[in-house]
Ligand binder design. Sequence first.
Ligand code: NAG
Ligand code: NAG
Length: 477
Amino acid sequence: MFFVRVTVPIVLFAVFSDAFRLNRGLKRGKRETGDAEPDYKWFTQILDHFDPSNVEAKWNQRYLVNDEHYRRKNGGPVFLEISGELEMTELTGAGLNYAEKFGAMCFKLEHRYYGKSRPTSNLSVQNLRYLSSHQALADIANFIWHMTSLNSFPAGTKWIVFGGSYAGSLAAWSRLKYPHLIHAAVASSPIMEPKPEFPDYFETVHDVIANYDVLCADSIYEANSLFEQMINITGGAKILSKMFRLCSDLDPRDKNQIANAANELSFVFPEIVQSSKATDGGTMESLDIVCEIMTDSAIGLPLQRYSNVDYILNSEVDCRNVAYRTMITLQRNEENFDFQRQWLWQCCTELGLFLTTPDSGSMFGSLIDVQYYLNTCSDAFNSKFTKSRVTRATEINRIEFGGKTFKGTRVVIVTGSIDPWKNNGIIDTDDPSVVKITIDGTSHCADMEPWDEDDSIPLTEAREKIEDILTEWISIE
Ligand SMILES: *[C@@H]1O[C@H](CO)[C@@H](O)[C@H](O)[C@H]1NC(C)=O
Ligand SMILES: *[C@@H]1O[C@H](CO)[C@@H](O)[C@H](O)[C@H]1NC(C)=O
């Protein structure tokens, strides 16, 4: 099933039909049938860490524990995997592989407002005031503080935090903010520089596809430019609506509607690139399948092929509902804890990172502009969001954590060479204890997956390097 695209969670998330086998190798987020429900635990957390007059307001935060590798007598460290803007999944990632080597105790902590960790009963704007990365970081610190005494960890026990994507940012930021509690951090594919727009995303996807299959890239380019031209032609919007089986006709004068449709229809390509797991040989199976359609002239012009791709991915629905109003209705639902409304809130109020189509003339055209996202924020939260408001909000974050001039220490920052988010994760530091690793041929958070014999050589080497760095840092008092 596809979710509404306006707030794509930035962690990888397999959403394609099995027929496409796009989620090959993506074990995260999916439990094999027959597995027992993980043994969730609950931590009593403070609602507002920054209001000492209100410390009585509490809620239950969900977490997981795995002590199978813990070697207490040998002074084993404690690994905390930070979960981000989706429901927490099982504690099965690469952290466990490292834990085996280091005899580490493992925890995983769900992020406030996502999954079952719900500080408030609904997502009204009043309640969303308690959702921010600042509160989430304070949750992490408070969790570590209390878990240390609850488990009677020996004095000097070292906590190492792990996280990927937005949670990777939290890993890096938490090490910066609480160095007395957190000894080191491994941040996979983090976002380090919140800002209103992030057109680099589509640009990287463009480059990856163009490098992979230039004919496919040309064809996507043609399809999108014809799409844009058609909107300007009398009757063109009607033809497009028919071609893409839209539930209601596009109105060429309604820019929000056009942007939302363009966003929904094009998102299959970024999603493939973001969720691809380059195994040995670096093939992208799912891109092969889509590109085969996009380059098959027997189907018709590129725009027709484009609609075929969309049809195949959405064949289970009678019509494609890509209406802006439908998306807004979903975003306004204060009872739905799925993730969309919460993540949109975080983007509108502190992170920005709206995925706009770049000016450079990429294969994704030019229809998805920042105003569309600002309108979405305004309509979802009944408040005027201007570009300067979002700019200021992201600036507050950069003033606090440094953005690209992040000055944390003992942090590993891992990026993948084909990850659409990679440009946001690369920071400008020459501190020897900030280790930057870019993995050739992998996408978003690939290094966080459990180790697999299919892993590419660069991925395996990156993991060995992370292990070496952790060995060194854990030995530092
Ligand atoms: C949302 O929750 C608040 C309490 O946190 C409550 O006062 C309000 O009525 C709720 N809204 C709805 C629509 O139920
Ligand atoms: C369509 O019209 C808009 C507004 O007049 C213009 O900015 C845009 O460049 C046109 N697009 C194409 C592909 O002709």
